[in-house]
Design a protein around this ligand. Structure first.
Ligand code: GLN
Length: 415
C-alpha cells in the first residue's frame, strides 16, 4: 500500500492554488523576483516520517522562520535568565520591523520581531564572537536540525543589506540602550545572514518537528535541545510568531507558528507534528497568503487546533478483575495528573474482596511525574487500609517503587 498522506497534502495545495491575492516581498530585491506560483507543503511526525507535496525540493531563504530556532539555540547555550535579561516574551501586536522596545527595561518585546531577533542573534557564540563564527554556529545548528548541510545564500544577504535601513535603525536603537554591543552594521550583517540560510519545506518540517518532539531530532534520534527550551520556544511562537495577526491566528488555526517574508511558514504541534509550507505571496502582515489558507484547512480537517483537545486520561483504568483473593487493577495509556485522578477516583469508591491488590501497569505508556506520585500515594493508602499491594511492571515504567514513607511497593513477576 502506498500511504495516502502525500496525496492528501497535494489535494490541499490544489485547493489553494486559485488564491492569488497578496504580493511577494519587494523590500529585499532578490525576493521580489521570486516565482509567485511556487507552492509546497511538508509534514514530519515525531516518529520521524516526512510527507510532502508540490515544489518540495525548491530551496528558499528562511528569513523570520529562523527566529524561533536561534532563540532556542540561545536558551540552550546561555540558559533562560541570560536570555530573559536581553529580550522579553510579550506579544507586541506590532509589525515585525517596528522600532519598539519595552518600557522601562528597553528590551525588545519578544524574539519574534526583528528588534528581538537581532538581539538574540548577538547572544550566540559569546559577545566577542566575529560575525563569521557566529553565523557558522547558527548554520551548523540549523544543519544538525535538518540533518543535512545547509548554506547561506550570499546573493539574498547582499541584496537585503543594500536596503537594510530599517534593520540598521533598529540595531542603532538597541545599541544606544546598551542592549547589543556590536556596531549596528555587524549586528545587521550577522542577523541578515541568519535569515538567508536556505531550506526546503521538508527541511523545515523536520526542524520544526524537533521542537514538537521535545528537542530530539525525530529522523536521526539525536537529542539537540532540552525539553524546557522547546516548551519555551513554542510558547513564545504561539503568542508572537504571527506578529500583529498572532491573536487571530491562535483563534482560527490554533498552532504555534512562525512566518517569513520569503513565503515560508512553520507550525508545530507539541508531541505530534512539524508542518511547513512555502508560497511567496504575502498578506499585509507579511504572512504567506496561501500558507495561511493551508494551515487553516489542515487545522480544521485534521483536528489540529491546540485548544480543541480530545478528552484524555478519562479511561485510565482498563479493567478491575478479582478472583476472590487477588484483585488486579489494569491501567492503560499515559498517566498524567488527569489519568491519575481518574484512577484514584475509580479505586477509592470501591470495595475489594480478598486481601491483595495488584496494579498492572504493563499497558501504561509512561508516567508523568505527578501521575506517578499520585498513583503511588493511592497504593500506600490502600496498604494503610489493610491491603497487601503489589505492582506488575514488566517494562519498568514506574521506575521507582519507593513510597513517600520510604517503604517500597512489592513487585510481582506474574499476575
Ligand atoms: N530578513 C527579514 C527582515 O529582517 C526577515 C523579516 C521576516 O521574514 N518577517 O526584514
Amino acid at each position: 500500500m502506498k500511504t495516502p498522506i502525500p496525496d492528501y497534502l497535494g489535494q490541499i495545495l490544489d485547493s489553494v492554488r486559485d488564491r492569488d491575492g497578496g504580493e511577494v516581498a519587494d523590500y529585499i530585491p532578490d525576493l521580489a523576483t521570486a516565482e509567485p506560483e511556487r507552492l509546497a507543503a511538508a509534514v514530519c511526525t515525531v516518529s520521524g516520517n516526512v510527507y510532502s507535496a508540490g515544489d518540495d525540493g525548491d530551496e528558499f531563504t528562511m528569513q523570520s522562520v529562523s527566529k524561533p530556532f536561534v532563540y532556542a539555540l540561545a536558551l540552550q547555550e546561555l540558559g533562560r535568565d541570560a536570555v530573559f535579561d536581553a529580550v522579553g516574551m510579550e506579544p507586541s501586536g506590532e509589525a515585525f520591523h517596528e522600532l519598539s522596545l519595552e518600557e522601562g527595561t528597553h528590551r525588545p518585546m519578544n524574539p519574534m520581531i526583528n528588534a528581538g531577533a537581532i538581539t538574540v542573534n548577538q547572544l550566540i557564540n559569546g559577545e566577542d564572537s566575529s560575525v563569521e563564527d557566529r553565523v557558522e554556529v547558527i548554520r551548523g545548528f540549523f544543519s544538525e536540525l535538518a540533518a543535512r548541510e545547509l548554506k547561506v545564500n550570499e546573493w539574498v544577504t547582499d541584496s537585503e543589506l543594500e536596503h537594510a535601513d530599517r534593520n540598521l535603525s533598529i540595531a542603532h536603537m538597541l545599541r544606544s540602550h546598551g542592549i547589543i554591543r556590536d556596531n549596528a552594521h555587524e549586528a545587521v550583517l550577522s542577523y541578515t545572514r541568519q535569515c538567508a540560510i536556505e531550506v526546503t519545506v521538508r527541511d523545515l518540517a523536520v526542524m520544526t518537528a524537533t521542537l514538537a518532539n521535545g528537542g530530539v531530532q525525530p529522523v536521526t534520534g539525536r537529542r539537540i535541545l532540552n525539553q524546557d527550551v522547546c516548551r519555551l520556544t513554542l510558547s513564545v511562537m504561539s503568542s508572537a510568531g504571527m506578529y500583529d495577526a498572532a491573536g487571530r491566528w491562535m483563534a482560527t488555526v490554533g498552532i504555534p507558528a512562525k512566518s517569513g517574508v520569503s513565503g515560508g511558514l512553520i507550525g508545530t504541534l507539541p508531541g505530534q507534528l512539524g508542518i511547513a509550507t512555502f508560497s511567496p505571496r504575502l498578506n499585509p502582515q507579511g504572512n504567506s497568503v496561501r500558507g495561511v489558507h493551508i494551515f487553516e484547512r489542515l487545522s480544521e480537517e485534521m483536528g489540529l487546533h491546540l485548544m480543541a483537545a480530545d478528552p484524555s486520561g478519562t479511561h485510565a483504568v482498563r479493567s478491575i478483575q478479582s478472583d476472590g483473593e487477588d484483585t488486579v487493577i489494569n491501567l492503560q495509556g499515559p498517566v498524567n495528573f488527569t489519568a491519575a485522578e481518574n484512577i484514584l477516583d475509580e479505586i477509592s469508591g470501591r470495595e475489594f474482596p480478598g486481601e491483595r491488590l495488584i496494579l498492572d501497569v504493563s499497558r501504561v505508556s509512561g508516567f508523568h511525574r505527578m501521575g506517578r506520585k499520585m498513583v503511588k500515594e493511592g497504593l500506600r493508602r490502600l496498604r494503610e487500609d489493610g491491603f497487601e499491594v503489589a505492582i506488575y511492571d514488566p517494562e519498568g515504567v514506574v521506575a521507582d517503587l519507593e513510597f513517600s514513607d520510604g517503604t517500597h511497593a512489592e513487585s510481582v513477576e506474574e499476575r
